[in-house]
Design a protein around this ligand. Structure first.
Ligand SMILES: *Cc1c(COP(=O)(O)O)cnc(C)c1O
Length: 380
């Protein structure tokens, strides 16, 4: 475990710590305390308040979209975004098996079923080729959209995920799915600050969703945002996530089954302060990625860097090890030494609730599942 040992000392040097080193911890060095205190002093800590509006405006600017809607977490954002894309019970939604469980859960919450397709080796995200192969074999465009001609179900959305902030081949996916009349919802939970062709992730699909959980690049404690360029869909997102309440001076009028998914003002305050630091975080992470790259080249470990035409936020940085055995040994050795490392996720169809879902051969997903590990990536 010579290389793993050298890795540990490099990481300890960088983070200047002999103690436990986490994978990703938040950094609060800006206006966080000030803004959170303002919500307490004004008593507006909950569902009404100026920071929610400010957060939504900041997200619109950052993602270059026309409407951002703050929600309670990324998972609920995905659930509502899929519903707004037109996903209904009994439908099929194309996605990747190599993802965090929330991607698949958001599909299931709508009563729909995920179809797990393979990822690209370079991006670790949904492969346009895999989607194309699937659609050629199973897809049929009818008046109401795309159908799976073998199961008879509607294929009502495609949900690619930008793994660890590395953008998927989103342009190709958009072009392909347009042809097949399938709307795209981007799971951009991990990719705030990442771009493809200079355009922010989350802006390419009909809707995009971000997460502000404690482990993400920017945190609101817990939170999420739905973004879209379609103002009508944006309004509907606000409406559905705020209990579908019709405006009225005093009556409670609800005309649809809505959700209480709004982000509290106290969380939005934290999010606003964090977003002010995003550029700084991106810069620090890029510096760490550069030193990692030089170091890992020198010991002959494969460190993942951005693919052509993309800018990666380097949220969680990763190594590609030789095989499952080397991966397991590396994980054990580093974690035993109190340097936190984690494997990439288990493929979704291995989980009991998704074991009967449609899927393709998953060659690349299996390859990556056996080899990719995350290494400490905090801003320090
Ligand atoms: C974090 C994450 C989510 C969910 O976000 P929460 O805010 O934790 O609900 C969804 N998808 C992916 C890929 C994530 O990493």
């Amino acid at each position: 475990m010579q290389k793993a040992e050298e890795t540990i000392s490099f990481i300890r040097d960088h983070f200047k710590s002999k103690g436990f080193i986490p994978l990703h911890e938040p950094s609060f060095t800006g206006n966080e305390k000030d803004y959170v205190l303002q919500t307490i002093e004004s008593t507006f800590v909950s569902s009404v308040g100026a920071f929610v509006d400010r957060f939504e405006e900041m997200m619109q600017t950052l993602t270059q979209t026309r409407r951002a809607v703050a929600v309670v977490n990324g998972t609920s954002g995905l659930q509502v975004a899929l519903r707004l894309a037109g996903v209904k019970a009994g439908d099929e939604v194309l996605t990747q098996a190599l993802t965090f469980v929330a991607t698949a859960n958001a599909i299931a919450y709508n009563g729909a079923r995920p179809v797990f397709l393979d990822v690209d080796l370079e991006t670790m995200g949904l492969s346009p080729e895999a989607v194309k192969d699937f659609l050629i074999e199973f897809g049929e465009v009818r008046e109401q959209g795309c159908y799976n001609k073998k199961t008879g179900n509607r294929i009502s959305a495609c949900l690619p995920m930008h793994t660890f902030g590395f953008p998927v081949k989103i342009r190709e996916l958009v072009e392909l799915c347009d042809e097949w009349k399938i709307p795209i919802v981007e799971d951009a939970a991990e990719s705030l600050g990442s771009t493809a062709e200079g355009i922010p992730t989350g802006k390419f699909g009909k809707l995009g969703v971000f997460s502000f959980n404690g482990n993400k690049i920017v945190t609101s404690g817990g939170g999420g945002a739905i973004v879209t360029d379609d103002l009508i869909i944006g309004e509907k997102a606000k409406f559905l996530t705020t209990t579908a309440k019709q405006p009225h001076t005093y009556e409670y009028v609800h005309t649809e089954l809505g959700y209480n998914y709004r982000m509290p003002n106290i969380n939005a305050a934290l999010a606003c302060a964090q977003l002010e630091s995003l550029e700084h975080f991106l810069k620090k992470k890029r510096e760490l990625a550069t030193s990692y790259q030089i170091f890992f080249n020198s010991i002959n470990y494969k460190f993942r860097t951005e693919t052509e035409g993309t800018r990666v936020n380097y949220w969680l940085m990763c190594l590609e090890l030789e095989n499952r055995k080397e991966r397991d040994a590396f994980l054990k050795f580093t974690n035993d030494s109190k340097v936190m490392t984690r494997p990439i996720w288990q493929l979704m169809y291995k989980l009991p609730m998704y074991e009967n879902c449609l899927r393709d051969r998953q060659e690349n997903a299996k390859y990556l599942e056996d080899r990719i590990v995350n290494i400490p990536s905090s801003v320090n």
